[in-house]
Design a protein around this ligand. Structure first.
Ligand code: CUA
Length: 176
């Protein structure tokens, strides 16, 4: 085994040395620059088109599950559990603090005084969804809780002295 590895290593080193030798021995031969330039300019054009195409494909593929809910849509009780949330200095008001898992929740979020950030955290304090809470706007956030449990709502934007105290609980119950 060891001698095999040793042999492969030697072969690779010899190959590398041959490449070095080839490049060095050819480096003194002058070559016409314009044809090379032309060739690489045409390659550059194609490369640009390839990257532009790749950008379009990757952008569409990664944004297909678009993370922002349609804001103009009116959400109602038929397909959604609607929760109206408002951020205040320094507490949250919610139209309800209990939802069920497995059915989409439409949070309609606003701010009463200054900008706040609605951050929803699971029991491990992992952020699961977030949206800005802004005075004068109602931002909509659609989220479906897969796991029942005690979720927490924390403020994600510094909003003054007791920003850290803006903690509310959201109970997610198992679907019956
Ligand atoms: Cu509200 Cu920070």
């Amino acid at each position: 085994m060891q001698s095999t590895v040793w042999f492969i290593t030697l072969a690779c080193v010899a190959l590398l040395a041959a490449v070095f030798y080839y490049v060095i021995s050819n480096s003194k031969t002058p070559e016409e620059y314009p044809p090379i330039q032309k060739k690489w300019y045409s390659f550059r054009g194609k490369w640009f088109l390839f990257l532009a195409g790749l950008w379009v494909v990757v952008t569409f593929a990664t944004l297909m599950p678009f993370p922002i809910a349609p804001q103009a849509q009116a959400y109602s009780g038929d397909g959604y559990q609607v929760v109206d949330v408002s951020g205040h200095q320094w507490y949250w008001t919610m139209s309800t603090d209990t939802v069920v898992a497995g059915k989409p929740v439409a949070f309609q979020v606003t701010g009463a005084d200054v900008n706040h950030g609605l951050g929803i955290y699971d029991e491990d304090l992992t952020l699961v969804a977030q949206v800005q809470a802004m005075p004068g706007y109602t931002n909509k956030l659609i989220y479906t809780f897969d796991e029942p449990g005690k979720y927490r709502i924390l403020c994600l934007e510094y909003c003054g002295l007791a920003h850290h105290a803006m903690i509310a609980e959201l109970n997610v119950e198992a679907a019956s």
